[in-house]
Each structure stands twice: as C-alpha cells, then as structure tokens.
Design a protein around this ligand. Structure first.
Ligand code: HEC
Ligand code: HEC
Ligand code: HEC
Ligand code: HEC
Ligand code: HEC
Ligand code: HEC
Ligand code: HEC
Ligand code: HEC
Length: 347
C-alpha cells in the first residue's frame, strides 16, 4: 500500500512539474506548490523580477511588450526579462532574435524606461545559453522544449523557490524535512556577478556593466555584509530596507540637518547612484542600475575606471566619483564645485 501511495505521489509530482511547462526533474515540484504554506514569501516573490526571467509566449503576450520589426507573437517562443529594464525575444527555434522578421538589420532589444530599441549582437546567430543565471535547476544537457537554439534544460522557467532552496518534494510531503537556506552573499553572487566572481566589476563605455552586485559589494566598503542584511530575498529591489543610519548613526544625524534631506533625497541617491547600465543611459552620468560600491571619493581627479590592457572591459575601482554622486543631478556644475561642497554634507 505504502509503495502504491509513493508511486501515485511520484506521478502527481511529475504531472505538476510538467504543468509548469518546463522539463520535469526528480525532486522538483515547482513554486506553485509552496503557496499554500508560504503565502507571504510566494506573493513577495511573484511581485519581484526573479520569476519572470524567461516567459513562454503564451504568458508574455499579455504583457503589452512590443515586438521587434515584422515579428508577430506567433513567431515567438519565449520573452527574456521585460519586467525591469529591457526585453529580448526568442524565435521558434530557440535563438535570440537579432534581426527584423525579414532578416534585415533591426534593433531587437526593447528598453522599458524610454520605449527605445537597441541593437543586440547584430549579425551573430545567438543561441539562448543564459540558463545558469535565469532558471531553476538548470542542466547543460539537452534542448528545452526540443528547440535547437535553447541550450540546456530546466525544472521551471525563471528563478523559482527551488533554485535557492533546493528540490522541495520531500519537504512538501513532510515539513520536518528542512529546505536549504543559504543567506551568504556568495549564494546570490552565483548569478549577480560578471567575469571573475571576486574580481573588480567590469565596466564599459563609462559605466559599470550590469549584474555585478556581488563584484561591487566585495570590491567596495561593505565586503563583510550579506545581501540579506539589506534585502529580503523574496522582495523587489525598491523594497530594500532603509537601514543605512542604523549602522551609521553619526552620518544619519548629520544628514538629517542637510538641505538634501529636506528635499527628500536619501542615502542611496548619493552613495548608490546609477553608475551601472543594463538597458540605456538616462543622463550624462546616469545609467539605469544602482551601484553597490557606497564609498564616495571626494578627490575631483580620482578615476573610477581603469583600462585593462588587451581587454574590452575596464575595471572599476572600489569607490564612486563625484560625477556620478553629484553631477548626475547637478548637471550644470563641475567637479571642483562638487569637491568643495561634498565635504559639507555630513557636517
Ligand atoms: C504543507 C505545508 C508546506 C509546504 C507545501 C511547503 N512548506 Fe516550507 N515549511 C513548512 C513548515 C511548517 C515550515 C516550518 C518548519 C520548521 O520551522 O521547522 C517550513 C519551512 C520552510 C523553510 C524555512 C526552513 C528553515 O530552516 O528556516 C523554507 C526555506 C521553506 N519551508 C521552503 C519551502 C518551499 C521552497 C516550498 C515549495 C517547494 C515549501 N516550503 C512548501 C510547510 C510547508
Ligand atoms: C539563479 C540566479 C540568481 C540567484 C541565485 C539570485 N538572483 Fe537575484 N536576480 C537574478 C536575475 C536574472 C534577476 C533579474 C530579474 C529581472 O529583472 O527580471 C535578478 C534580480 C534581482 C533583484 C531585483 C528584483 C526586482 O524586481 O527589483 C534583486 C533585489 C535580487 N535579484 C536580489 C537577489 C538576492 C538578495 C539573492 C540571494 C538571496 C539573489 N538575488 C539570488 C538572478 C539570481
Ligand atoms: C533568490 C533566492 C531565493 C528565492 C527565489 C526564494 N528564496 Fe526563500 N529565502 C532565501 C534566503 C536567502 C532566505 C534566508 C533569508 C534571511 O537570511 O534573512 C530565505 C528564507 C525563506 C523562508 C524562511 C522565512 C523567511 O522569510 O526568512 C521561507 C519560508 C522561504 N524562504 C520560502 C520561499 C518560497 C516559498 C519561495 C518561492 C515562492 C522562496 N523562498 C524563494 C532565498 C530565496
Ligand atoms: C552570470 C549570470 C548571468 C548570465 C550568464 C546572464 N544574465 Fe541576464 N541578468 C543577470 C542578473 C543577475 C540580472 C539582474 C541584475 C542586473 O541587471 O544588474 C540580469 C538581467 C537581465 C535582463 C533584464 C531583465 C529585465 O526585466 O529588465 C535581461 C533581458 C537579461 N539579463 C538577458 C540575458 C541574456 C539574453 C543572457 C545570455 C546571453 C544573460 N542575460 C546572461 C544574470 C545573468
Ligand atoms: C549592518 C550594518 C551596515 C549597514 C546596514 C550599512 N552599512 Fe555602511 N558600513 C558598515 C561597515 C561595517 C562599514 C566598514 C567600516 C567602516 O568604515 O565604517 C561600512 C562602510 C560604509 C562606508 C565607507 C565608510 C568610510 O569611512 O569610508 C559608507 C560610505 C557606507 N558604509 C555607506 C552606507 C550606506 C549608504 C548604507 C545604506 C544603503 C549603509 N552603509 C548600510 C556597516 C553597515
Ligand atoms: C547629497 C549626497 C549624500 C547623501 C544623500 C548622503 N551622503 Fe553620506 N557622504 C556623502 C559624501 C560626499 C561623503 C564623503 C565625505 C568626505 O569624504 O568628506 C559621504 C560620506 C559618508 C560616510 C563615510 C564617513 C564620513 O563621514 O565621511 C558614511 C558612512 C555616509 N556618508 C553615510 C551616509 C548615510 C547613512 C546617509 C543617509 C542617512 C548619507 N550618507 C547620505 C554624500 C552624501
Ligand atoms: C547595505 C545595503 C545593501 C546591501 C548589502 C546590498 N544591497 Fe542591493 N540594494 C540596496 C538598496 C538600498 C538598493 C536600491 C533600492 C532602490 O532602488 O530603491 C539596492 C538595489 C539592488 C538591486 C537593483 C539595482 C537596480 O537599480 O536595478 C539589485 C539587483 C540588488 N540590490 C542586489 C543585491 C545583491 C545581489 C547583493 C549582495 C551581493 C546586494 N544587493 C547587497 C541595498 C543593499
Ligand atoms: C538625487 C539628486 C541629487 C544628488 C545625487 C545630489 N544632489 Fe545636491 N541637491 C539636490 C536637490 C534636489 C537640492 C535642493 C536644492 C535645489 O533645488 O537646488 C540640492 C542642493 C544642493 C546644494 C545647495 C544648493 C546649491 O545648489 O548650492 C548643494 C551645495 C549640493 N546640493 C551639493 C551636492 C553635492 C556635493 C552632491 C554630491 C556629493 C549632491 N549635491 C548630490 C539633488 C541632488
């Protein structure tokens, strides 16, 4: 009898995993199964970017995202992102779209912030091999949904509960079986890094590149803090805790007297400026992703980026310069002015 029940459970788990659309993997049940007992975490997670890293056409077509020139939803298999900064699209064969439907040159990356389009790897056939950072239980083996351009298979589209907490079948059947909980910064750094994981953040075109929060953290002044010190890992970035002054009481107090505090400016506006770029630059010294370096260097001659011989990418020093920290808002001023005024902010 027990064997039969186990067998039935096995089949049910298989069906549920299968109904989430991706390749069934042993032990994985899909995020929907966690809702009943962890409603709070589920709802927070669903409002964040993590689950939407990749969506099937059937789900994404209701998102109001526009398509690259000439393409119809029927020609699309998946949408990549399209929730925070930008969207890219995958064709029926699993390749990232890099031209107009008729094969002519076209911009194929949609930028949410201003509705503009950018080129994406113009002229290169581009398989979708981004799975290790975008999926749940990614495996290099096989081709998802049998599409030749999709490299690898996975248990669930996007970053589901079980990507961070491990397979849930045994825990769902018996809650006394513990799930994995990894609160280390490196656990998040597995995806939130570029190039060498502990290395300085790569930069290009005058901005730090995106998905480098771990490189930034360990290169900057908060190398001993975990991401979860400031983020509930289930919540959107804008819901990060407003906790700077709880560790930096003196600066919290001095800042409260400053003109900026009275204008509604907060710590992150100067210490975490948008010195990184994902989709577009939104001003002369303003990208679209906040940096995690935190320290402001008030020397007007300090250089944030250094060229590395033989490499396309520059490397970023462990601090923010005054162009990003001040001139991103005070566009009509110069570095000398900023250097003079910067010292007064926490007086
Ligand atoms: C039938 C109810 C139920 C379902 C379904 C369920 N859980 Fe749980 N979960 C619990 C209970 C009860 C606890 C608290 C156990 C404890 O405190 O030892 C718990 C604890 C946890 C913890 C905290 C563990 C710790 O050591 O702090 C995590 C993480 C977790 N569950 C993740 C999940 C995930 C992911 C899923 C879906 C795959 C899931 N749970 C499905 C009931 C459930
Ligand atoms: C498996 C890869 C992966 C892991 C592990 C991971 N992330 Fe992410 N994270 C992503 C991707 C990809 C995005 C982009 C999602 C989007 O914008 O659609 C993202 C987005 C985010 C965002 C912005 C979400 C929003 O909607 O505002 C925050 C904050 C974040 N991650 C924090 C964390 C923290 C904290 C951890 C560790 C507990 C973590 N991430 C672990 C891949 C990952
Ligand atoms: C990006 C990685 C990530 C994802 C995705 C994720 N979790 Fe978590 N979860 C964590 C981390 C890290 C902690 C520990 C938080 C801490 O140390 O403060 C945690 C803690 C928990 C806890 C313990 C209570 C709490 O809130 O701290 C539960 C329960 C839980 N997660 C359930 C879930 C469920 C259910 C999902 C999917 C709906 C999910 N998690 C998705 C990383 C993640
Ligand atoms: C090392 C892990 C990693 C790899 C590899 C990776 N990404 Fe990402 N990606 C991330 C993280 C983390 C974020 C969100 C944080 C950020 O942008 O700073 C992100 C964000 C994105 C976004 C923006 C989502 C949104 O809603 O705005 C898109 C689109 C995207 N990635 C596409 C790709 C494509 C296409 C590939 C493969 C060619 C790829 N990524 C490879 C980790 C990765
Ligand atoms: C959990 C405690 C904690 C939180 C929260 C925290 N910090 Fe820090 N911060 C530290 C520690 C520890 C250091 C390194 C030791 C030092 O120099 O004070 C540091 C260093 C710094 C420095 C460099 C100090 C120097 O002397 O050069 C800046 C700037 C800074 N933090 C800004 C911030 C901002 C802005 C926030 C909020 C987004 C924040 N911190 C949140 C603990 C914290
Ligand atoms: C208007 C921009 C601005 C805002 C907003 C701001 N700071 Fe600063 N902060 C600076 C500058 C510039 C420095 C460097 C001062 C120096 O080196 O003389 C600095 C230095 C610091 C330092 C390093 C120690 C020190 O006093 O030099 C800490 C810690 C810090 N700020 C924390 C905070 C916290 C916490 C908040 C929010 C309560 C905050 N800052 C808001 C501009 C700002
Ligand atoms: C000292 C506090 C602190 C730490 C530590 C921290 N963050 Fe953040 N993070 C923030 C704040 C504050 C924001 C800005 C939220 C907003 O835009 O209002 C943010 C924003 C983000 C964003 C969105 C950036 C954007 O503008 O699109 C991502 C992704 C992110 N954090 C991931 C991480 C990861 C991964 C780690 C660990 C490697 C980490 N954070 C560590 C405070 C922190
Ligand atoms: C997020 C935008 C923002 C950032 C970043 C910022 N400021 Fe401001 N600053 C303001 C606003 C808003 C005021 C309010 C008074 C006004 O309307 O000019 C102000 C006022 C000032 C004033 C007084 C008025 C004046 O123009 O003389 C000084 C001085 C100043 N900022 C210096 C700085 C310095 C130095 C930095 C960098 C360390 C900085 N600000 C970063 C938005 C910003």
């Amino acid at each position: 009898m027990k064997k039969l029940i186990t067998a039935i459970c096995g089949v049910m788990i298989f069906l549920i995993a299968n109904s989430s659309g991706a390749t069934p993997m042993p032990g994985y049940v899909g995020s929907k199964k966690c809702f009943n007992c962890h409603e709070q975490q589920f709802n927070d997670w669903q409002a964040s970017g993590h689950p939407y890293k990749i969506r099937k056409m059937e789900k994404a077509r209701y998102s109001k995202l526009p398509l690259p020139r000439g393409w119809r939803w029927e020609d699309i298999s998946y949408v990549i992102g399209g929730v925070n900064k930008k969207a890219r699209y995958i064709d029926k064969y699993g390749y990232i779209i890099i031209t107009a439907k008729d094969g002519s040159e076209a911009k194929t990356q949609y930028n949410i912030n201003d509705g503009s389009w950018s080129f994406y790897h113009k002229g290169e056939k581009h398989p979708y091999k981004c799975g290790p950072c975008h999926m749940t239980a990614y495996s290099k083996k096989g081709h998802e949904a049998g599409l030749p351009g999709m490299i690898g298979t996975w248990a669930e589209d996007g970053i589901g509960c079980e990507e961070c907490h491990g397979p849930g079948a045994r825990h769902v059947a018996d809650n006394k079986v513990k799930m994995k909980v990894d609160s280390s910064a490196k656990g998040c750094g597995k995806c939130h890094h570029r190039s060498k994981i502990d290395g300085p953040p790569p930069a290009r075109g005058g901005f730090i590149r995106h998905h480098e929060q771990y490189n930034e953290l360990v290169t900057g002044v908060h190398k001993d803090l975990s991401c979860t010190e400031c983020h509930d890992p289930h919540k959107r970035a804008i819901l990060a805790k407003d906790n700077c002054a709880s560790c930096h009481e003196d600066q919290g107090a001095s800042f409260a007297r400053n003109i900026h505090a009275k204008s509604g400016i907060t710590c992150k506006d100067c210490h975490m400026p948008m010195a990184s770029k994902s989709a577009i630059k939104t001003g002369k010294f303003r990208g679209d992703v906040r940096t995690h370096l935190f320290k402001i260097n008030t020397n007007p001659k300090a250089k944030m980026f250094v060229a590395v011989k033989g490499k396309k990418d520059d490397k970023t020093n462990g601090f923010v310069t005054l162009d990003f920290a001040c001139l991103s808002c005070h566009g009509s001023r110069d570095m000398k002015w900023a250097a003079r005024m910067a010292k007064k902010i926490h007086q």
